[in-house]
Design a protein around this ligand. Structure first.
Ligand SMILES: Cc1ncc(COP(=O)(O)O)c(C=O)c1O
Length: 427
């Protein structure tokens, strides 16, 4: 494959955009090489600036669960655009999507729309603090909840990729209220509650972590967190920016049968347009302005184009009773067959998967927290990534990220992916 145009575009972008990209992981810093500039995408495929085609396993980092440019979402967006792009007033559409979500996601009565997952998580923490009148919260190493200051402490995603999990610019004053524990280590959470009695507003967690690669909760970890939060008067926040509408329509709460007090959303909820949201029971959500005193706002919150893309996406998922069965089956097949191929090549690896989220770690042992994810052979992942890329398979450009399977990936794409992996040369 040739990347001449991508290379030229990157040089040009580098002059005007910090690092040439608008979100760090896109720069390929972890895997090396020149980032591929895409110009279009349809179904399971993306096409780059040099006209190379790729089967897409990032799907915009999750939102494109139906595949790219789904014809019904496209049609709905065109019709919506003709009515106006943004009003800054309430619209009926906002209630329509809110009602669909509230009626189908467990344990929530109200939902507030924002424009990104970062805003959703940042606002959920503020609301938890306002509700409990406490300042501190617990997060887990390797979990990423967006780039607001209080989360940028041992965070995953791009932060992990660059080996700099805590960002300069976050003040000591902010950092002191973020308490850290190891994912899947309930003893550390117990200790934190013991040493900070009456001070912890919330525990926030990715119920299936996707930002240190895919890492699953083990030994009823989520259930145990629920119990600890109840015993200590803290709120349990599920960051379902990745898992929401992906693991099931009701998200991780439905899949694991654990009740969260606040839930944050992003990605699928916007169907590819910039949307985030946070939701909870009336007694908590009533504390938000304008009803309550906890302030939160947004010029483009509930934007009609974004709401239309999200609503149509959610309706399409809901109307297909086999949606999750099918997409999970695709992921299961990939998981099983990739495992078989890597075994046949004697390549030590672990595949972590929940539903249509998965990661291949080149590691001899199980990966259940950030430290273990960091100990995987990332040099080998980078080699794997580039060999696949050259052959038209687009994986996330970092061993700390999750593959997102879309419903547009069918037998043909699976077969081609496996054929390419079969040719993978371990060096
Ligand atoms: C679990 C999780 N929470 C929050 C965010 C932040 O979302 P956004 O990038 O839309 O601000 C992300 C982004 O990947 C995420 O994966």
């Amino acid at each position: 494959m040739k990347y001449q145009r991508s290379s030229a575009l990157f040089d040009e972008a580098y002059k005007y955009i910090p690092g040439g990209v608008n979100s760090p992981v896109r720069a390929f810093k972890s895997v090396g090489g020149v980032p591929v500039f895409m110009k279009s995408a349809k179904g399971a495929y993306m096409t780059d600036a040099d006209d190379n085609e790729y089967i897409d396993y990032i799907n915009s980092w999750g939102p494109a669960i139906l595949g790219h440019t789904h014809p019904e979402v496209l049609e709905a967006l065109k019709k919506q655009a003709e009515k106006g792009f943004s009003f800054g007033t309430p619209t009926e559409l906002e209630t329509e999507i809110a009602k669909l979500i509230v009626e189908n996601v467990p344990n929530i009565d109200q939902i507030r729309m924002v424009s990104s997952g970062t805003e959703a998580c940042m606002s959920a923490i503020r609301l938890a603090r306002g509700f409990t009148k406490r300042d501190k919260f617990i997060k887990f190493e390797g979990c990423y909840h967006g780039h607001s200051d209080s989360f940028l402490i041992k965070a995953g995603s791009g932060m992990a990729t660059f080996g700099n999990p805590s960002s300069p610019g976050v003040t000591a004053g902010t950092a002191k209220d973020t308490l850290l524990a190891k994912y899947n280590d309930i003893g550390q959470v117990e200790d934190l509650f013991r040493h900070n009695q009456g001070e912890i507003a919330a525990v926030i967690i990715e119920p299936v972590a996707g930002n240190m690669g895919c890492v699953l909760p083990e030994n009823n970890f989520l259930q145990k967190l629920r119990k600890l939060c109840d015993e200590n008067g803290a709120l349990l926040i599920f960051d379902e920016v990745m898992t929401g509408f992906r693991l099931a329509f009701g998200g991780a709460q439905e899949v694991f049968g654990v009740k969260a007090d606040l839930v944050t959303f992003g990605k699928v909820i916007g169907g590819g347009l910039p949307v985030g949201a946070f939701a909870g029971r009336n007694e908590i959500m009533d504390h938000l302005a304008p009803k309550g005193a906890v302030y939160q706002a947004g010029t483009l919150s509930g934007n009609p184009l974004a709401m239309r893309a999200g609503l149509t996406t959610l309706q399409l998922i809901k109307s297909d009773e086999n949606f999750y069965k099918n997409i999970n089956k695709t992921a299961e097949t990939l998981d099983f067959e990739i495992g078989k191929i890597l075994n046949s090549k004697n390549i030590e690896h672990r595949i972590n998967r929940k539903g249509s989220m998965m990661s291949v770690f080149f590691h001899v042992n199980a990966v259940s927290n950030f430290e273990e994810a960091a100990n995987a052979n990332h040099a080998l992942f980078n080699n794997f990534f580039h060999q696949l890329l050259k052959n038209g398979i687009y994986l996330p450009p970092s061993g700390y990220e999750t593959w997102f399977i879309s419903n547009a990936i069918k037998e043909k794409e699976i077969d081609r992916t496996l054929e390419v992996i079969q040719q993978f040369e371990y060096s």
